[in-house]
Design a protein around this ligand. Structure first.
Ligand code: 6R9
Length: 570
């Protein structure tokens, strides 16, 4: 895709020149910002909240704006300090100790954030779960983590198979407590709990978070993160999110996904900014409305959201005042060049792609304010990290060769284990390289270009085709809203390209339309990349974090078992 680079602009921080900063930056310089430098101990919840709450000039700043269709609430840094202290006291009363796993299974709410931070203050390990999980998904995660406590709501309690989880000793209910059981009443306990709490000071390498993530096969695995990750959350918050203290920031991700914790909780609060949390379901009107209403300045979302805004058209956008918005970023899936072009027109802003994973804990390859954007590229490695394309033996490949996207191990927010599965953890590494499972290439100038998950790459008549490229071209066609592309086994060609698409409003399925779309990809990309089959669907299956589930499309197409679908969006 030959698109002109979009030139750099000035950011707020001292990263005027990427190359210079990349060569000089040391993580130790970030450590000195935190209590670690004086005591040798930390607590990420203290650094994110109490540090500001204990500052007279800062304590009354709004830390959290919670906004849902039927509830709006603002909490200052001091409010959050007290509420999380109260919850930490509740946990201590019920004998929660450092290292215990306490899970949260509920929707976004002020109670969620107070509980999450309270768990960290006790030194326990928090495990956030998507509220959409059904019984099997909840059971798998609570069983594997051996969680001793769960915080949930009365509505979700039916999906917790309490009797089959011997380690689960206590359940905190946020809402009306059922009479037929031994539950802890969140509101009642909070009312009685003290606002003072002695924080459990921990080592940088002590555990704080378990995020379960599903691979393409097998059960979900518990990715284990430690307090040290704060260094990465803080610094990427500065240089990538471009945060400054008077910003109003909104990350649309649910905390059941790593983006909703690293960048929905830690990065904004470590940087002392006002954080908007929007509950409920999203629609283009709602996204624009939230940006408008709260005068959001920095917005972190996902390609699936941006694509919906593109489809919704200009009329919806024109109803809202988006002039407060300064900086926009994306994660989770490749950011289609089409969407970046739309951003520069509709929002008059560049959309900055960022690449990272649950396992990396924080952003790794990014577009920075002070760097030209090459539409379709994920950007360049974050200072203090090293990325490369390696072959299957761990040898670095030269520019423009497609291979495994790998990272030199040892960055602050790297996972430290896969819970109770050392073999799985080891399997990520080839020598000093952490191998991501994504395929990519690097151009001569050091920009990285995503090609696909390794298991999604299509081989058609000996040509390797990344599904993303085909999907991006498909959605450039005026009739196509969303697209998912897979390789379908074919006796002659190895695989053929099959596309599943949804249509924009006003378009009807017809042979002419499908042929027109096929020709459009053929002319725009290449003959071998044009889908031989196109099927129109009402929706494209996506995960709760907005990733197209190509694996599921493939299983459906081939009539195979669908495997783990616990993260499928409703
Ligand atoms: C943060 C997060 C990780 C996988 C990753 C890759 C895909 C994420 C991307 C991207 C292309 C980007 N991914 N960001 N692909 N461009 N900017 O998403 O974590 O849910 O663990 O997913 O998501 O395939 O390997 P996680």
């Amino acid at each position: 895709m030959d698109m002109q680079p979009i030139p750099a602009r000035e950011g707020n921080h001292n990263m005027k020149d990427y190359k210079e900063v990349y060569e000089q930056f040391q993580w130790d310089s970030v450590k000195s910002q935190f209590s670690w430098s004086e005591t040798g101990k930390v607590n990420i919840a203290y650094e994110a909240i109490d540090r500001h709450a204990d500052n007279p000039d800062k304590k009354d700043q709004t830390a959290l704006i919670y906004s849902a269709p039927n509830r709006e609430e603002k909490l200052t840094f001091e409010d959050l300090k007290f509420k999380s202290n109260q919850f930490a006291n509740v946990l201590k009363k019920y004998n929660v100790n450092k290292g215990d796993r306490v899970f949260l299974f509920m929707h976004r709410s002020p109670e969620f954030y107070a509980a999450f931070l309270g768990i960290l203050k006790t030194g326990a390990i928090a495990g956030p779960l998507f509220e959409a999980f059904m019984e099997q998904a909840v059971r798998d995660r609570l069983e594997d983590s051996e969680a001793s406590m769960l915080v949930t709501t009365p509505e979700l309690l039916d999906r917790v198979p309490v009797d089959e989880l011997p380690n689960l000793k206590q359940i905190v209910i946020v809402g009306d407590v059922p009479e037929n059981g031994d539950y802890i009443d969140y509101y009642k306990e909070m009312d009685q709990a003290s606002k003072d709490f002695d924080i459990e000071w921990v080592d940088l390498e002590d555990g704080m978070l378990l995020h379960y993530t599903s691979g393409s096969t097998g059960k979900p695995k518990g990715v284990y993160h430690v307090h040290n990750a704060m260094l990465q959350h803080y610094q990427t918050g500065k240089w990538v999110l471009d945060l400054k203290e008077d910003d109003t920031y909104w990350c649309t991700a649910d905390p059941g996904w790593v983006t909703g914790t690293s960048y929905g909780i830690f990065a904004p609060w470590l940087n002392g900014v006002t954080n908007v949390i929007r509950g409920g379901r999203f629609s283009p009107d709602d996204w624009y409305g939230t940006l408008d209403k709260y005068n959001v300045t920095v917005w972190y979302s996902a390609p699936t959201a941006f694509r919906k805004l593109v489809s919704a058209g200009e009329e919806v956008a024109s109803k809202h005042d988006l002039s407060s918005l300064r900086h926009v970023l994306s994660v989770g899936e490749p950011l289609n060049p089409e969407v970046i072009t739309w951003g520069t027109k509709a929002l008059n802003l560049r959309i900055h792609d960022t690449w990272w994973m649950t396992e990396t804990g924080g952003m790794m390859i990014c577009n920075y304010p002070a760097m030209d954007i090459r539409p379709g590229s994920m950007g360049k490695p974050f200072p203090g990290t090293e990325a490369a394309i390696v072959d299957n033996d761990g040898n670095e490949l030269p520019p423009n060769r497609m291979g495994n996207l790998a990272l030199k191990k040892g960055w602050p927010s790297m996972m430290r284990a896969v819970w109770k599965n050392p073999g799985k953890y080891e399997s990520y590494f080839l020598g000093d390289w952490y191998v991501s499972g994504d395929s990519a290439y690097m151009d001569e100038d050091g920009y990285f270009w995503f090609q696909g998950r390794l298991d999604d790459v299509i081989n058609t008549s000996g040509e390797r085709v990344g599904p993303f490229e085909v999907e991006s071209k498909l959605i450039e066609h005026e009739a196509v809203a969303e697209a998912g592309v897979i390789g379908k086994p074919d006796p002659e060609r190895g695989e053929i390209i099959k596309a599943f698409i949804t249509l924009n409003d006003g378009y009807e399925e017809s042979d002419e339309l499908l042929e027109d779309i096929r020709q459009f990809v053929k002319k725009g990309l290449s003959a071998h990349a044009a889908p031989r089959e196109i099927e129109i669907k009402d929706t494209i299956p996506k995960t709760r974090s907005g990733k197209i589930m190509r694996r599921l499309l493939k299983s459906w197409e081939l009539g195979l078992p669908t495997g783990d679908t616990s993260t499928l969006e409703e």
